[in-house]
Design a binder for this molecule. Structure first.
Ligand SMILES: Nc1ncnc2c1ncn2[C@@H]1O[C@H](COP(=O)(O)OP(=O)(O)OP(=O)(O)O)[C@@H](O)[C@H]1O
Length: 296
């Protein structure tokens, strides 16, 4: 086994409206990587998340983390969901309606667990003042913040998010993405997020997997995957701030602060006056003619 934190190999038979579809997926993720999982409806994304969480048993496969085997069908190993160190966030919040925000979080804490995590999560989500409210007294975005906080109470090593922001407006979506990045920095979990939004994939993910008919034919860093696939895509606009840059004979390499991460960006010559250190910028990453390449 490689030194990846998460190794997944699964075979299953999907029963679709069109008939039987063999599912075959394998990939590895480094510790603390964020993977986006995307692809057409019915491709098998939710099924895969359920198999990883232990909510659905695949016919054959292995799921191994750094320290344990969650699934090894050959050796009849399949840990129940509560023994896999996982947090799960669904599209529809799935909060307990009869419990307050604080109670929803406390419910997720193991018996005798340290309650300081609850305070920490309420603070980080800005929900302290709402901690006594029940879910029906919260907006969709606030409910999703509670769902995210609740998924992190046990400090999971893997966070699974199934289209978590599809029911909120674009502004709230942006804020929730910020919150994921903030939590990721704090807790360093590995994450798999199902999303259909290309900008979200570029904003959050180190790796993207595109699922098609139960398979994962495309997997890799977003820039690599999207620049390789032969399909027209809309341009992306990325906001950032240049920290410094180096000029070579045929291009410019710039370190830029983009969404709280330092990224190396390769730019064409002739952009010098646009990329002075400290200057805020918007890069247009054209996926059709990639003259500006996102490198890391
Ligand atoms: N337990 C199961 N066993 C076999 N097949 C299943 C099972 N659950 C769902 N399926 C089928 O597998 C296919 C993939 O479903 P899934 O919900 O994983 O797709 P998806 O990629 O998440 O789609 P969407 O983007 O619409 O949520 C569907 O045709 C579904 O009917």
């Amino acid at each position: 086994m490689s030194d990846s934190q998460l190794n997944i190999a699964i075979r299953h038979t999907l029963h679709t409206a069109q008939g039987i579809l063999p599912m075959e997926v394998s990939f590895s993720l480094e510790k603390a990587a964020i993977m986006a999982l995307t692809g057409h409806s019915g491709a098998g994304k939710t099924t895969l998340l359920k198999q990883i969480a232990g909510l659905l048993m695949p016919e054959e496969g292995n799921i191994k983390t750094e320290n344990s085997a969650w699934l090894d069908t050959q050796n009849q190993i399949s840990l129940p969901p509560q023994q896999r160190n996982i947090g799960f966030v669904f599209q529809d919040y799935a909060l307990f309606p009869n419990m307050t925000v604080a109670e929803n979080l406390t419910f997720a804490l193991p018996k005798g667990g340290d309650r300081t995590i609850i305070k920490e999560l309420l603070e980080a989500t800005g929900l302290e003042n709402l901690s006594g409210r029940k879910p029906d007294q919260l907006s969709g975005g606030q409910q999703q913040r509670v769902a995210l906080a609740r998924a992190l109470v046990r400090k999971p090593e893997l966070l699974l998010l199934d289209e978590p922001f599809s029911a909120v407006d674009p502004d709230m979506r942006y804020q929730l993405q910020e919150l994921i990045l903030k939590f990721h920095k704090l807790f360093q979990f590995t994450a798999i997020i199902v999303t259909h939004e290309t900008s979200e994939i570029f904003r959050l993910a180190d790796q993207v997997g595109i699922m098609e008919n139960g398979k994962l034919p495309q997997f890799g860093p977003p820039a690599q995957v999207y620049l390789n696939i032969n399909q027209p895509e809309k341009d992306l606009y990325i906001h950032g701030e240049i920290i410094n840059y180096t000029k070579t004979a045929d291009c410019i390499f710039a370190n830029a602060l983009i969404d709280n991460k330092i990224r190396l960006v390769k730019l064409p010559l002739g952009m010098e006056e646009n990329i002075l250190a400290g200057k805020k910028f918007t890069l247009s990453l054209s996926l059709r003619s990639p003259e500006i390449l996102w490198l890391s």
